[in-house]
Design a protein around this ligand. Structure first.
Ligand code: G3I
Length: 386
């Protein structure tokens, strides 16, 4: 029998490359996914990836979400003894599709991204306004969610009447007054307070700012003591970024927090903010080591502001790496009993702080700007289910 080739009937498999502007991926797409030389498969939305001029020569595989966001992250996290939450901000409450998902069973914890900070709540000496913070709290409570107080003392978003001060005693007096008033207002209503936020320098040592300069490191202990005096039970946390690996910032944080614990300062936890970069997330073992260094002091830990940014545009390869990176963080928290949960710094790229601060970067969250779940969402689900 003569072969089909000899008959001229054999058709070699064709692995076509996609030209510029051609589709190369997306939900339900089954065509070719490899872009021509000089083009990169770029995610325009979960349903449509297009070959555009770029630095990469090929794309990997289609990494569109394989599910819609039907699995509750909170339900999955709760089954593992954790919570899964999102930050939010009051101006977003006019966006009904956004609030429908935010204040739903998808999330179990809410952090106000701005409205409980010192500047917004105490704009002038003796004036307190909790309208926006209360709005976040009331919406979350109505949805059966817990709320994290964020934050009492931070170098940023200070009221101008405080920024103008230089006198040690006056600085301590206004800090105590503010903490006492706000913690009393929210007494018994929050699952934790971020009492002191970002007190450490990125290069090690203490961050140089108003209170560090004019009061000294003792402002940290004083803030925790004032918060505890106003509320005897709400857990009090220190919150910081870049603690996920053993660098100089981590070293300073660990020694400072150790001192606080040894001095009997009422601190209950350390928040790992988790503002991370796609492809540069430390290994799970490294992160678990960092978390455990603080739990060994008798403290709780959590990921309090997680987002994992990338250089735009979001390519299929970057989204796939981001999915792996989110899984690493979830797995690290799951590996540490005293890691209480994970909160993303808002859940959608639509309201992320990243593009406004890091030019050319973004797409850091598990939902895209159209509120559609990204591969990162699938990664979180997979890790929580495993
Ligand atoms: O409220 C004013 C509004 O009246 C004004 O019209 C507008 C004009 O720019 O500014 C509004 O304030 C902005 C505020 O967010 C509320 O939207 C500030 O300019 C803006 O700087 C502020 O950004 C916040 C940032 O903290 C402040 O540094 C972000 O939303 C918030 O997500 C971010 O959150 C921080 C955490 O608290 C601590 N860890 C890092 C994280 C990201 O920076």
């Amino acid at each position: 029998m003569r072969s089909l080739v000899a008959l001229g009937l054999f058709v070699a498999p064709v692995f076509a490359v996609v030209g510029e502007w051609g589709q190369c991926g997306g939900i339900n797409y089954t065509g070719d996914t490899v872009c021509d030389t000089g083009l990169v498969c770029t995610v325009l939305n979960p349903y449509y990836y297009q070959c555009l001029k770029g630095t990469a020569t090929t794309t990997t595989t289609t990494t569109a979400p394989t599910t819609t966001a039907t699995a509750s992250l909170q339900a999955l996290a709760k089954a593992k003894g954790k919570h899964f939450g999102s930050a939010t901000d009051n101006p977003e409450f006019t966006d009904t599709p956004y609030t429908s998902l935010l204040f739903s069973s998808m999330f179990g914890a809410i952090t106000p991204g701005n409205s409980m900070k010192w500047g917004p709540t105490n704009p002038s000496n003796g004036t307190y306004t909790y309208t926006n913070g209360d709005d976040v709290l009331n919406r979350a409570v109505a949805a059966g969610q817990i709320v994290r107080g964020h934050n009492l003392v931070w170098y940023n978003q200070l009221p101008s009447y405080v920024s103008a001060l230089t006198d040690n005693a006056t600085l301590q007096a206004v800090m105590t007054a503010h903490i006492t008033n706000e913690v009393t207002h929210y007494k018994g209503k929050l699952y934790a307070w971020d009492v002191v936020n970002e007190p450490f320098s990125d290069s090690g040592g203490m961050r140089s700012w108003l209170y560090q300069t004019y009061v000294g490191t003792g402002y940290i202990a004083a803030a925790f003591k004032a918060a505890r005096a106003a509320d005897a039970t709400t857990p009090l946390w220190l919150n910081e970024y870049n603690l996920e690996y053993a660098g100089s910032k981590y070293t300073t944080a660990l020694s400072t927090v150790t001192d606080l614990v040894n001095q009997g300062v009422p601190i209950n936890g350390v928040g790992f903010q988790g503002h991370l970069i796609v492809g540069s997330v430390p290994s799970q073992a490294t992160i678990v080591g960092a978390l455990n260094a603080f739990t060994a002091l008798g403290l709780d830990v959590a990921f309090t502001e997680l987002d994992i940014r990338m250089t735009l545009p979001a390519t299929a390869a970057l989204l796939a790496q981001q999915k792996a990176d989110y899984k690493t963080i979830v797995n690290a928290c799951l590996a540490v009993t005293r890691c209480l949960g994970i909160t993303v710094w808002d859940y959608t790229d639509k309201y992320s702080w990243i593009p406004g601060v890091f030019s050319g970067q973004g797409a850091a969250l598990p939902w895209d700007e159209n509120l559609l779940p990204k591969p990162a969402y699938d990664g979180i689900v997979e890790a929580l289910k495993a």
